[in-house]
Ligand binder design. Sequence first.
Ligand SMILES: Cc1cc2nc3c(=O)[nH]c(=O)nc-3n(C[C@H](O)[C@H](O)[C@H](O)COP(=O)(O)OP(=O)(O)OC[C@H]3O[C@@H](n4cnc5c(N)ncnc54)[C@H](O)[C@@H]3O)c2cc1C
Length: 341
Amino acid sequence: MGAVVVSRADLRLLNTFGISEYAERLVTVENDIQLREALSLARQQDWPVTLLGGGSNMVLAGPVPGLTIAMRSRGRRVVERTADNVLIEGEAGENWHQLVGWSLDHGFHGLENLSLIPGTLGAAPVQNIGAYGVELCDVFDSLDALDRHTGEVCRLDRAACRFAYRDSLFKQQPGRFVILRVRLRLATRPQPRLGYAPLAAAWQALGLQRPDSRVISELVCRIRRSKLPDPAQLGNAGSFFKNPLVSVERATALLAAWPGMPHYPQDDGSIKLAAGWLIEQAGWKGHCRGSVGVHCEQALVLVNFGGARGAEVMALAGDIQQDVARRFGVTLEMEPQLIGG
Ligand SMILES: Cc1cc2nc3c(=O)[nH]c(=O)nc-3n(C[C@H](O)[C@H](O)[C@H](O)COP(=O)(O)OP(=O)(O)OC[C@H]3O[C@@H](n4cnc5c(N)ncnc54)[C@H](O)[C@@H]3O)c2cc1C
């Protein structure tokens, strides 16, 4: 096999939480052939397989058994152009934020609100990444994935991917698909999405007359840097919990007790609550426990002060979930994937 398999590889630098756990075996693949070789080796040896992108949406709960495959295929291209839009395609290992920059450099619009999200293009459909009023599914066209059940490469369109809030087919059927490349349809004219209040305020403060996707991207980066800890300085996996969706009845009861509670009606009739607000109200913001804690600026982000183990992170997360459930009757669901252990 072309790619080298490393035994007992420390994953500390390969996950943004900075958790030091080892992969029993780690292989880096740069193309479909190497990927197929790695999967076939794992099948022959009966090793479980774990896919690794940028490691920015996972908590390592212990050693990762079997074969961990780091997806590092690169390449991006325009595959189709019309007067109004363009179809771009990128390999799974492409860095997401670099792809956003490349699209803006080429005068393509649609990814600016998703600037500075860490990780790879191949992992973006897994949880249907979203930020500042835009989700991946808004610009998604299709992807190629290797179906490990059949060994065939299949093309999946938006409906087939079953995108929902931080959810998709790939979370619903974990381990089945390896995403190889993703196609996005972007506009050739600016289509600013300024529904998110702090972004709208920052845009208005500039007093610009014409929509400018590059400027919107810079504003998004500025807001994100002011709110979220940089994983290079303080290990974290971004939002640790999804914003919970509750019934109108539940939201009404909560609003009677906490009239200032942020709440967002959804198209399906449910109400989205802000997990960060619930955690902050419960008094967890800034909480420290050994090497782990809740970020002092953003209650939705759990952080590693140095040397944290996955078990410590999960114990803290469990206590927060229990406390929020007790106080508000609301279940918080973890957003990152639990890997290993
Ligand atoms: C500071 C910070 C801010 C963040 N902000 C946001 C945000 O605003 N919005 C948001 O949605 N997310 C956010 N995230 C979470 C994260 O960046 C995204 O979920 C990102 O898409 C994860 O990409 P990754 O390559 O790091 O995936 P990884 O963490 O490596 O993997 C995540 C999951 O996808 C699987 N996977 C990886 N590659 C593939 C592949 N090619 N095929 C199939 N499965 C694969 C893995 O096995 C794992 O289950 C943030 C994270 C951090 C650390």
